[in-house]
Design a protein around this ligand. Structure first.
Ligand code: HMG
Length: 387
């Protein structure tokens, strides 16, 4: 059977951030609670001219620019999100249009909190096993919103990841065998009439760790792979301290080098829900100083509600030449830091609206802009200066 997995990956996060020390000052909280207690430095803030569609298209565009042949070979687009912009139409259909993809490509949207991108990856692998000359574009794009002055506020963030799944992948081969845990729990959810999540915060952190243990036990049983046969680990990162605690649970030691490079981007972007685990993978592959060729990576994907999965992949030889470290560092480092009132203004402007038409105020964005809604129809534009 041909190896199958991730052939290329690209991440995107909007051009604004909020330093968590600034948020702590405004809320009268000791900044160490956010920077040490939660392990976060900054969080990306979505401006009014962006949404999950623009973030997704901006994440995917560099992949197509690097390899224009993809327009003809992408036969499946899976869009994973829990910040959907329509109850019926898949967000991926707008992305398909903005990127001018092939009309023969299927498009679908998936939801199960932060887990959906993992199912998208597994589904893309299953599809592409049958089709040696085609590939799937998997996109995860989300904005984490808990509300102003709530305990979840410092664990917000936003971002997107796009990756290509095909046979003979140049980055990482996804291995057979996984550990799964599904359980009906109300740790985090968002009814359709709310644009901020409802969350039982401390309970959610306990469920995350329990799900990790159950998935890991199931994964070991299914694959016979021991902790030592994994060189690195990537976790879903709602905030870095959560991933560190998860790793302590598996590693049975308090500090470990084999997960820290996976946390460099999440520490600066914040929670990007469905995109978070794969932004963490990009962070690992682009920042780990060791050559990881031929090494096994363990992945823990957690989506509240809850569905969780532990699975693994083996890094391809020469993967480094296909990464975009400079571009991703530039995206993150060139963000404009906002004051707390500026962040609050963006937050309120992005609130759920029930009006038939509105325009978004001018703000910086990536390669695509969300212009507003006209007669209930969302309007987007590719920027002239777009990559
Ligand atoms: P909180 O109650 O404000 O914080 O909310 P806390 O009192 O638990 O403090 C946090 C940590 O900071 C603690 O560390 C404190 O000791 C420490 P811990 O004891 O846990 O190790 N601390 C300090 N450290 C240094 N100096 C200080 C200081 N003060 C306190 N001065 C909570 C924290 C995470 C609950 C909240 O932010 C929240 O509700 N966040 C949203 C929920 C969440 O992220 N859950 C994670 C698991 S669920 C998940 O990952 C799924 C998700 O991504 C959604 C999806 O699947 O779609 C969320």
């Amino acid at each position: 059977m041909s190896p199958i997995g991730i052939d290329a990956i690209s991440i995107y996060t909007p051009p604004y951030s909020l330093p968590l020390t600034e948020l702590a000052r405004a809320r009268g909280i000791d900044p160490l609670k956010y920077t040490v207690g939660l392990g976060q430095e900054t969080m990306s803030v979505m401006p009014p001219r962006e949404d999950i569609v623009t973030m997704a298209a901006s994440a995917a565009l560099p992949l197509l620019n690097k390899n224009p042949e993809l327009k003809n070979t992408i036969s499946l687009v899976i869009f994973a999100t829990e910040s959907g912009v329509d109850q019926s139409k898949a967000a991926g259909t707008w992305v398909h249009n903005l990127l001018q993809l092939n009309s023969k490509a299927r498009v679908i949207e998936l939801k199960q909190a932060c887990y959906s991108a993992t199912f998208a990856l597994q589904m893309a692998c299953a599809f592409m096993k049958q089709t040696p000359h085609q590939c799937a574009l998997v996109i995860a794009s989300d904005t984490a919103r808990y509300g102003i002055n709530t305990p979840g506020e410092p664990t917000q963030g936003c971002g997107a990841v796009a990756f290509i799944v095909k046979q003979h992948p140049r980055l990482i081969e996804i291995e057979e065998g996984a550990g799964i845990h599904t359980e009906h729990v109300m740790d985090f959810w968002r009814p359709p009439y709310l644009d901020t999540a409802l969350v039982d915060g401390k309970y959610s952190t306990r469920v995350y760790l329990t799900a990790l243990q159950t998935c890991w036990d199931h994964y070991q049983e299914a694959t016979n792979r021991q902790y030592e046969s994994h060189a690195r680990f990537c976790y879903h990162v709602p905030f870095c301290k959560m991933a560190e605690k998860a790793h302590e649970r598996l590693a049975k030691e308090s500090c470990s080098d084999n997960s820290k490079h996976a946390l460099i981007y999440p520490k600066l972007i914040g929670n990007s829900y469905s995109a978070s685990l794969y932004i963490s993978l990009a962070s690992l592959l682009e920042n780990d100083p060791e050559d990881l060729s031929g090494q096994r990576i363990g992945f823990f994907s957690y989506g509240s509600g809850c569905v969780a999965e532990f699975f693994s992949g083996v890094v391809a030889k020469g993967y480094q030449q296909y990464m975009a470290q400079e571009w991703h560092h530039h995206l993150i480092q060139s963000r404009t830091p906002l004051s707390c009132p500026e962040y609050e203004q963006f937050f309120l402007l992005n609130s759920l609206k029930s009006t038939e038409s509105y325009s978004t105020i001018d703000s910086a964005a990536g390669s695509f802009e969300f212009l507003g809604v006209e007669g209930h129809v969302r309007r987007y534009k590719k920027k002239q200066s777009g990559l």
